[in-house]
Design a protein around this ligand. Structure first.
Ligand code: F6P
Length: 490
């Protein structure tokens, strides 16, 4: 493990969020999502100051009580870190999160638009950009600058699509700062960026190229970023060295797939809540269990997954009553109409399969809309087939988590458009996420595969994930930053 060092981690969602319970006591709730989970272990090994948005009323109270300073927090493993919650103007935050970051940047970067119909770049988006995305990024940059005043030798580690502009604001004020940014979602090909007004798409690329290092989960996203930086900004990008030069600075563009902490999952798999939920699952499980675990996000392709299962059931009447699909779906971003509509589409699609096929107590799709991590881990142990058919996905951690703890030689069906496919493709059954027939056939192939081959594939994935764990990912990030922080070059 690298020597202890000062790090300023910056992400929209923080590692904890505060609320009040029924008795009026303040309670801290762990922030969800892959990013926060992966970064948690940083806190144990380094002096971390984490800057995040105050998201709840109680977060804002905590920020106010701190008088604009960071507070001391204790991580689950007992390590101490500093947390600086940034309170934004509520309207600005709404524009930033509910108009720009999620329905615009997320949709663009996951290719979720049918361009004949969406998006309309109207005054609303321009307002949301100028009055939401820009000031919220400025507020994050201001918080970083305050921290850099106190700890000038700290490295800054920005995360994700919420914060594309903040690095430029920081760079302009601190030409010598060591800045890295990790983009956890796909980077689409250059022409798609032309959907956005020129000034916006240029600002996004310019902001990212203010960093010393920009990381992605997969080579295909890394290459796309270099291409779009060259095409849209006329930055000089050298594809062999993976360096882009722009405005007198240079940025190393890296592909560094994130991972999980295998020992944490192995421990969790034997924990009391997981064992209890697993026993319940086991009592009612079908002979063959197909599992999917996702947020109810349109990029996850849940509806096509149900349709593919329907095609499979059509083709295999002999399996009726013997096979079931368990869908554990965490309801996500429900303030955004597209997400609320997609949740409805998921419910309708599950219902359609069940209405067609259910009989004698057998219900083919078991749909559960809840955020229940222990249940997901229990189901990881029990699946025969794990379906990950995302339309596009930066990485997809489920594809790594499930195999780590699975106890039934389960087979991974993996979208060729998930970043994790670059690593796990050889041992998964690869599918085109739009091809329902291929997905139906993959379900059949997985269920039909002989035990020896299933075991060999599962073991290979496990071995790979253990050798490329989140600790290794974090260390490589820090090495990249040390190597490429060109203190004098700007
Ligand atoms: O990288 C995508 C991501 O930021 C993940 O960390 C996480 O799974 C998800 O999006 C969380 O989204 P939100 O913070 O909007 O709930």
């Amino acid at each position: 493990m690298a020597a202890r060092r000062k790090l300023i981690v910056v992400s929209n969602r923080g590692p904890v969020s505060f609320t009040r319970d029924e008795d009026g006591n303040r309670v801290a709730r762990r922030g969800g999502g892959g990013l926060v989970t992966a970064l948690r272990s940083l806190v144990a090994h380094h002096d971390v100051t984490w800057i995040a948005s105050a998201m709840t009323d109680e977060d804002r109270t905590v920020a106010e009580e701190a008088g604009g300073d960071a507070i001391e927090e204790v991580a689950r493993d007992g390590s101490l870190y500093r947390l600086r919650l940034v309170s934004h103007d509520p309207a600005a935050y709404d524009w930033y999160y509910n108009v720009v970051a999620n329905p615009t940047l997320w949709f663009l970067q996951h290719y979720l638009w049918a361009l004949a119909y969406a998006p309309d770049i109207d005054r609303g988006l321009h307002h949301a950009w100028d009055g939401g995305y820009v000031p919220v990024n400025q507020a994050f940059a201001d918080a970083v600058l305050i921290e850099l005043d106190a700890q000038p030798d700290a490295s800054v580690f920005f995360h994700d699509y919420h914060l594309y502009l903040a690095p430029r604001f920081v760079r302009d004020a601190r030409p010598d700062a060591s800045l890295g940014h990790f983009v956890h979602i796909p980077w689409p090909e250059p022409n798609l960026w032309r959907v956005l007004p020129e000034q916006i798409r240029r600002a996004i690329h310019d902001g990212l190229l203010a960093n010393d290092v920009v990381g992605f989960h997969a080579n295909r996203w890394r290459r796309s970023f270099q291409r779009s930086s060259r095409d849209l900004l006329e930055a000089e990008c050298d594809f062999d060295s993976s360096i882009c030069s722009w405005r007198g600075g240079r940025t190393f563009v890296a592909a560094r797939p994130i991972s999980v902490d295998p020992s944490e999952f192995e421990e969790l798999a034997e924990s009391e809540p997981v064992l209890r939920l697993e026993a319940e699952l086991e009592l009612r499980r079908p002979e063959f269990l197909i599992l999917r675990v996702d947020r109810t996000d349109p990029s996850k392709n849940v509806v096509r997954g149900f349709r593919a299962f329907e095609f499979y059931l059509d083709a295999h009447p002999e399996m009726h009553g013997r096979v079931g699909m368990l869908a554990l779906l965490d309801p996500s971003r429900q303030d955004i109409p597209e997400y609320a509509e997609y949740l409805g589409a998921i419910q309708r699609a599950a219902r359609m399969v069940n209405d067609r096929f259910q009989r004698n107590g057998w219900v083919p799709v078991d749909l559960r809309i809840e955020d229940n991590f222990p249940l997901s881990v229990a189901a990881y142990k029990q699946y025969d087939v794990l379906l990950v058919n995302a339309i596009y996905d930066g990485l997809n951690l489920i594809a790594k988590e499930g195999p780590l703890v699975n106890e039934r030689d389960g087979v991974l069906i993996l979208s060729e458009n998930a970043g994790a496919h670059e690593e796990l493709g050889p041992w998964a059954l690869s599918v085109n996420p739009f091809d329902l027939e291929e997905q139906a056939q993959a379900i059949h192939a997985a269920i039909d595969m002989d035990r020896g081959e299933r075991r060999a594939r599962l073991e290979a994935i496990r071995e790979y994930v253990r050798a490329h764990d989140v600790g290794a990912w974090l260390e490589t990030q820090l090495e990249d930053l040390d190597r490429w922080s060109a203190k004098a070059a700007r």
